[in-house]
Design a protein around this ligand. Structure first.
Ligand code: PDD
Length: 305
């Protein structure tokens, strides 16, 4: 195997911390063989995990969605994450929690598994380039569609992202930042690793979970925050045409927060600059992050040595 390029990373495997070059997974692991795994990504602000409880709840929900138990309690996972964060001791940290159905005799039957494996990856997360927020990013509509809910429900954050991998390669081929993925009905679901929003007639709109998408934690947070601040928020099916002709558009995820979109399929959104309502919602989000992190500081002492 090639030596690791991730010298800055730290990995925890089934509770044991190892440097990245020693972080290996068995070729018999079902995560490797079949994408039979679930995962979460959160990041830290001032070294503290943001909305970790919510991410752990979604991890459990994803595991349920593929009929897998999580043998670790939230408390145990939280402790491991805090231990890792203390070791790396950096303010802006990417934390990826992966649970695979484990290894065993080769075969699809989950009963062949010897038991789940837990991997936690800690890496420094560089700031997103400023220009993405100042100028906005471009999207294309991918030809490949998102799984229907009756396949693996996209609301399960599984280790099986092949549709999304193909969609983002189409975006890159066309020089775009990311791709929008449609469902079988032709409505918009989300981008390859973020939720999509538009502003239409002054209303913030994002597709409903029924469209077949991951219930993003940033998305849910923004729906709540918007309501609280008197903004008009609506979950509604969106056609690709609606997105292209929106007043404003943006994508949201834990690692990107609120990122303006200023072109879709080569069509300029609004006046081609990040919109004022997008900025307003992002400001509310930033203020909320500050508030959550100051509360997390009080909780953290319980987990820190
Ligand atoms: N991606 N949709 C998809 C398909 C995603 O993979 C993600 C998250 C989101 C946004 O979810 P949240 O707001 O909870 O981060 C939506 C993470 C960041 C990733 O895979 O790196």
């Amino acid at each position: 195997m090639k030596p690791s390029r991730f010298e800055d990373a730290l990995v925890c495997i089934n509770g044991v911390f190892v440097p990245p070059e020693e972080a290996m997974v068995s070729i018999f692991d079902r995560g490797f063989l079949y994408g039979d795994s679930v995962y979460e990504v959160t990041l830290t602000y001032q070294g503290l995990p943001f909305l970790l409880d919510t991410h752990l709840a979604r991890l459990k929900n994803s595991a349920n969605g593929i009929g897998m138990d999580l043998p670790w309690s939230d408390e145990e996972l939280t402790k491991l994450i805090y231990q890792g964060l203390q070791r790396v001791d950096r303010p802006r940290q990417y934390v990826r929690i992966i649970v695979t159905r484990g290894g065993g005799e080769i075969g699809l039957d989950p009963a062949l598994s010897d038991g789940q494996n837990l991997f936690i990856i800690f890496r420094e997360l560089p700031l997103q380039p400023k220009k993405y927020y100042e100028k906005g990013v471009s999207l294309i509509t991918a030809e490949i569609i998102r799984n229907p809910k009756r396949a693996v429900d996209p609301n399960v954050k599984s280790g099986n992202y092949l549709n999304n991998v193909l969609a983002i390669s189409q975006a890159k081929e066309k020089g775009a930042y990311d791709a929008l993925m449609l469902n079988a009905k032709g409505n918009v679901t989300e981008s390859t690793t973020a939720n999509i929003w538009i502003v239409e007639d002054g209303v913030f709109k994002t597709p409903p979970l029924e469209a077949g998408l991951l219930g993003g934690i940033t998305r849910a947070t923004l729906l709540d925050l918007g309501e609280k601040h008197g903004l008009k928020m609506k979950e509604e099916d969106l056609s690709p045409h609606q997105v292209r002709s929106a007043q404003e558009a943006f994508i949201t995820s834990s690692t990107r927060e609120v990122m303006p979109v200023t072109s879709v399929d080569g069509q300029v959104i609004g006046n081609g600059l990040p919109g004022p309502l997008t900025q307003k919602l992002h400001d509310h989000y930033r203020a909320y992050v500050e508030q959550v992190i100051s509360e997390e500081k009080k909780k953290a002492s319980k987990y820190l040595d």
